[in-house]
Design a protein around this ligand. Sequence first.
Ligand code: ATP
Ligand code: MG
Length: 870
Amino acid sequence: MTSKETRKRFLHFFVDKGHKIVPSAPMVIKDDPTLMFTNAGMNQFKEFFLGNSIAKNTRVVDTQKCLRVSGKHNDLEEVGKDTYHHTMFEMLGNWSFGDYFKPEAIKWSWELLTEVFKIDKDSLYVSVFEGSDDDGLSLDQEAFDLWKTIVPEDRIIMGNKKDNFWEMGDQGPCGPCSEIHVDIRSAEEKAKISGASLVNADHPQVVEIWNLVFMQYNRKADGSLESLPAKHVDTGMGFERLCMVLQGVQSNYDTDVFKPIIREIETITNHKYGKNEKTDIAIRVIADHIRAVSFSIADGQLPSNTGAGYVIRRILRRAIRYGFTFLDTKGPFMYRLVNVLTDSMGEAFPELKEQKQLIENVIKEEEHSFLNTLEQGLVLLDQVIANSQGKEVDGRKAFELYDTYGFPIDLTALILSEKGYSLDEAGFNEAMQEQKNRSKSASEVAKEDWVVLSNDVEQEFVGYDTLEADVRLVKYRKVTSKKQGEQFQLVFNLTPFYAEGGGQVGDKGYLEESNGDVVYIIDTKKENNEIVHFSKSLPKNLNERLKAVVDKKQRQRTEANHTATHLLHQALREILGTHVEQKGSAVHSKYLRFDFSHFSKLTSDELREVENFVNARIDGQLPFEERRNVPMKEAMESGAMALFGEKYGDTVRTVKFGQSIELCGGTHVKNTADIWHFKIRSEGAVAAGIRRIEAITSDAVKDFYTENHQVLTEIKDLLNNAQDPVKSVASLQEENSRLKKEVEQLLKDKAKNLKGELKDELQEVNGVQFLAKKVDLDAAGIKDLSFELGSNMENLFLLFGTEQNGKALLSCYISKNLVAEKELNAGAIVRELGKFIQGGGGGQPFFATAGGKNPAGIEEALSQAKTYIS
Ligand code: ATP
Ligand code: MG
């Protein structure tokens, strides 16, 4: 069965059981401080498990793009080495939010695998949670009894807490699970060792394909468990592993999901897959990583130096390195795989197809720059080797190469061993651990349990319509981190505070208690779809009504920037073309930043046109037209644009100013006239094919013009109130360059005259043409003069002294024949004489200079000159 067919059958099996198909959430998570990437199907449904929101559909089914490369789930080092772990993979899942529980989940999973997919029952094993003393939990009897009605008891395996108790994090919903494992070994192998003994033993042919999680507890901060009021089902099946089983192959990489990519790698590198374990690993790494990187870019996360972008950069570099080291790739090659990838996955994930060109460009550029790094690293590594004593290279030095220059440690080790050196691995690991500890302790956050004051579940955001509201505290907790110290997180029944999202910053403001006391809100963020307010203290009376007031000034400035961002987006698509897509946006109160796809630098004409376009719409006084709760389909039909990598619900909000219509949850001005004016401050590149514009509006523009006007006034004052300062400056520049030329000519003439005079002053001492004299020339003038005199006579010994800007300079010239015959050395002479001017210097035997801070000593130095030749 093809992979496309497999995906379809899975989804439709559950549709027939009353489930609704929902789209995959983005793989890159944008507005959740607790997670960078989606690492399981359940991430996008966290709010339902936590009870923060109520699900509209209690049964859903989906395939979710997952990435397991950081945090709790990190399979990166396995990938390529084994045949069934990927960085990016699809997780098929069926979900019950407080609806069906263990009986249905278990029965249906078995029905799907054995009746629809027709997997041989004898190759399947299931596991149940055996219980755990730490938590005072016993065997999951219910699951065990259910499985017993389906499979023989010797196929049910008891699983421990590590394998069969699923937890979302240190706190939160959790529960026992039942895994389904499949044994794909040959009958012969099976006869030798029973599959049951290979379950959960990292055997590549006895693998877990499906995990059925039964969420029935909540883990509290003190580690204890409480029962959840509503019980949920969360299942996850590895799509690529399922394809492996259904296509009768022994490795995920032998399925139609990976084969076309592997074929392309073979063509590009001229290495055949399946010939040699080392090159096979490299090919698998590359085939896997191109997916992770491409999907990430399609979701709007480009490789970069921090956060999620850095993780992506490291994945891409890992693949480049494997190519470089094992497949002899010399130049960029990964980008050439994007084509096959979009061919095979573009149908299920259109974001790939539509952004193919961008993905290729970004990857190619990254490859170029990393290959440069590798080259520099190789040079540095040579130096490290040259400086190392003995045959072992210092691990800390290798760590420096890795940390500062991005030079990979496995490559270092490989090169060292090729050159007959070894690496002090302990030293490297120590340095690595120290760094990890440093960044860990800086980012560690201790969260106490929520203190729940009332059971309001869904809170209301009233901040579109008002900046003040009477609110009640629903729950709060204390969080402590090194960076922020002690803070409180507050959740209200309703709130006028906008939580950071869609690029717009969170609101600040205050809470007023009835006695007039004030608690400041320093930030507002969304966590698991809940609006969380941050403060440094708590209100005194927790149960009383509070007046919540948003900082109006900051909000208004932010709104002006947000609306201007929409107009800018429209302007860019209108002026540059519809290939322009939003790739990032930051809306602050002081400025806005907008990243977008476009392939060349904007000319100053284009920038002016963009500014004019936006300002024309500000002048046009376009009213804010908002529609809330519009069905997605209707919104799209009205011409609104959805962004790649954003998660949208069934209904959306549209924001319209004139012809600009966007899906947007942010806050906006009531009329574009409120923006006052729009001004671009800078335009530049962020990555291949991605440009960035920074701009300001409203008060910031006023400040900008005031400052500029102030500077202009000062310039005019300096120019004696010139009417046309530009003309005045231009004529000053002209005059300046004319004067410079005149001065140069005068100095040349002066040197010429001096040369004639000095020639007459030469004395003959012991057959040497000698002169020691103080002159009024700068260092370059003295040098020219000395060499000119020297060019048409022999036996010359010159010592000049000069005073320039309160400093002393000595300069000694000796003809080359004298240097040889009399063993004179100008360098040694100025070093000695330098002591008279309190300085030092040096140079060559025939010409040297010394500088010092005591001009009074020049005469003394000159008077000593004769001693060297007499
Ligand atoms: P394993 O023990 O094999 O790493 P897991 O216990 O980490 O699996 P779960 O977190 O239960 O897996 O994820 C659910 C399903 O997703 C698994 O049964 C498996 O089929 C699939 N899966 C998990 N990790 C990966 C991965 N890195 N690559 C491909 N599929 C995976
Ligand atoms: Mg795992």
